[in-house]
Design a protein around this ligand. Sequence first.
Ligand code: SAM
Length: 280
Amino acid sequence: MNDVKMETAMNPNKALWEKGDFTRIARTMRKSGEALANSFGIAKGLKVLDLGCGDGTTALPSAALGADVLGVDIARNLVEAGNRRAREQGLANCRFQEGDASDLHALTDQSFDLVVSIFGAMFAPKPYDVAKEMVRVTRPGGRIVMGNWIPNDPTLIAQVLKVSAAYTPPPPEGFVSPMTWGVEDEVIARFAGAGVAKDQIAFARETFTFDYPAPPSDIVRDFRHYYGPTMNAFAAADKTGRAETLQAELEALFDSHNTSPSKEATCIPATFLRVTVART
Ligand SMILES: C[S@@+](CC[C@H](N)C(=O)[O-])C[C@H]1O[C@@H](n2cnc3c(N)ncnc32)[C@H](O)[C@@H]1O
């Protein structure tokens, strides 16, 4: 077994995200990714770390605004896709490398002005280690901005998880749901563990829109075949002969959230928790 295969076999978090092809989902996220980057207050030369960056939904527009961006992601295929997209867009100030948000040993202390993680670091196990690592690599006076999905929220992603969970066996004991990053008290406790006081953390509820010129059923198909967590739900549903029921339930869900006037297009707003930490 070569090193990469052995590491993947040993790290289920990495295997989950390398299993599919998140770029298929990310293409529905470009407009909101760009809008988010515009909200980061980027000045030319700002040193930005984008953690759990995927193929660069926020990293590339941040670089286009003049930041010096490093994208870090656990999935090798997404790091390759990010570097390819940066090359195609002529962004020499944006590079991507593999890394785990819960152990950023390759990155030095206090080396970034802004650490961003949009629906990224929330998926890393060991959330207390994640908070410590984000704080460690941010310079004093710098900021951390996270976008986290909210558990039990009525909008799309929490509902996709709720539907999927009904088809999937319960998680192993001790499993910490990524969605707990969407609970303010949890976020405060995790950053407190990294030495951050409560009054240095601000919360806001914002909207992220999944936007694509294809009907919702096509997007559901992409989730089914390319999004690791949903692929697992379908694999479990398949074993009990319920894959098509899951597909129908998800299609009904996506349809009911679609605000596009055309049935041939998808425009689905979803609420997330924006967390901003001021590093002193
Ligand atoms: C929902 S995607 C979001 C990607 C990107 N931020 C975006 O908005 O398009 C979650 C990303 O987190 C990455 N990820 C999951 N666990 C990680 C970890 N432990 N360390 C770094 N990245 C991780 C996945 O590989 C995936 O690219």
